[in-house]
Ligand binder design. Structure first.
Ligand SMILES: [Zn+2]
Length: 302
């Protein structure tokens, strides 16, 4: 457990960030560290986890926002990634690029923007597929590392999405790969991305689902023990997931922000509990649609 001192503001949401409605269901409490089987024996503070009844978005209310964002995210590259993860395989993100090419008409001089570049794997995949690659990386340690991997400083910027500015209708593709669930205001991030996108352009988003099998089972376990804890999100400890999403979240948001869902998939990479999921668990996951993640391709209307 990380016991360093962090100052938080706790901000109550009157409206759902993604759909704008104000009807929430309380799911339970979430501790500021991993809860395990016996959260009663753990130290920390809790916030309330709620779910929007209209669009299914799960979030902390109040939402704990660190005084310094670096308290959550400024970590050394070596501490975050093991040595083997720093080498990016040639096939990294190629499947996603193939999907992009299948659903977007090829043009000369296409531009792509990766939000939260990390080590630069997605930018490399863009370059490999003849897309002019731009990137935003707010963490100084990751930014400096990515520059040493050959990205130019007129393509990769040490900025958050909130700080960045690009011309309107500039990009063909904007990517939020394992990023969107970390943003404090995801709706505003989408509004900015859609403004920078050409009409007909695509936004790629991969996010945690609001119906994950292991979390549903963990919540049931807490319920049986008479506890009001839930295992959803992690607003005050790594990996700092602030939101979990349903397909309905984006269907509602699409109406507000004038886009349509071009493609949608569920997927699970690995499970924290079932290291090697049995075929039975895989089948249950598929039948109940309780995969860990969702991938969405959103197309700007017009
Ligand atoms: Zn909502």
């Amino acid at each position: 457990m990380d016991k360093k001192e962090i100052t938080y503001r706790f901000v109550y949401a009157e409206r759902c960030n993604m759909c704008g409605r104000n009807d929430f269901k309380v799911l339970g409490k979430r501790l500021s560290q991993h809860q395990g089987r016996n959260p009663r024996q753990k130290m920390g503070i809790t916030t309330t986890v709620v779910q929007c009844r209209t669009c299914g978005l799960i979030f902390a209310n109040p939402l704990p926002i660190p005084h310094r964002m670096a308290d959550h995210y400024e970590v050394a590259v070596d501490q975050y990634f093991g040595e083997h993860l720093k080498e990016i395989p040639e096939t990294y993100f190629q499947q996603e690029m193939d999907t992009f090419k299948a659903i977007y008409p090829a043009r000369v001089g296409m531009r792509g923007l990766d939000i939260g570049t990390g080590l630069g794997g997605v930018m490399k995949a863009l370059v490999r597929n003849d897309v002019d690659a731009y990137g935003l990386e707010p963490s100084k340690s990751f930014y400096d590392y990515a520059l040493t991997r050959g990205f130019a400083d007129d393509r990769l910027f040490n900025q958050s999405l909130e700080e960045a500015s690009f011309p309107d209708s500039f990009f063909d593709l904007i990517l939020f790969s394992a990023v969107f669930e970390h943003l404090y205001d995801p709706n505003q991030a989408l509004v900015s991305a859609l403004r920078w996108l050409k009409p007909g352009g695509l936004v790629y988003i991969s996010v945690p689902s609001n119906r994950i099998l292991v979390q549903l089972l963990a919540n049931l376990f807490y319920r049986f023990k008479g506890l009001d804890y839930v295992s959803n999100i992690s607003p005050m400890h790594a990996p700092f997931h602030l939101y979990e999403f349903g397909k309905e979240t984006f269907e509602e948001n699409a109406r507000l922000n004038d886009y349509s869902i071009a493609q949608f998939d569920f997927w699970t990479t690995h499970d924290y509990v079932f290291a090697k999921p049995s075929p039975v668990i895989k089948k249950i996951t598929k039948l109940t649609r309780t995969d860990m993640n969702m991938t969405l391709w959103l197309r700007k209307n017009g």
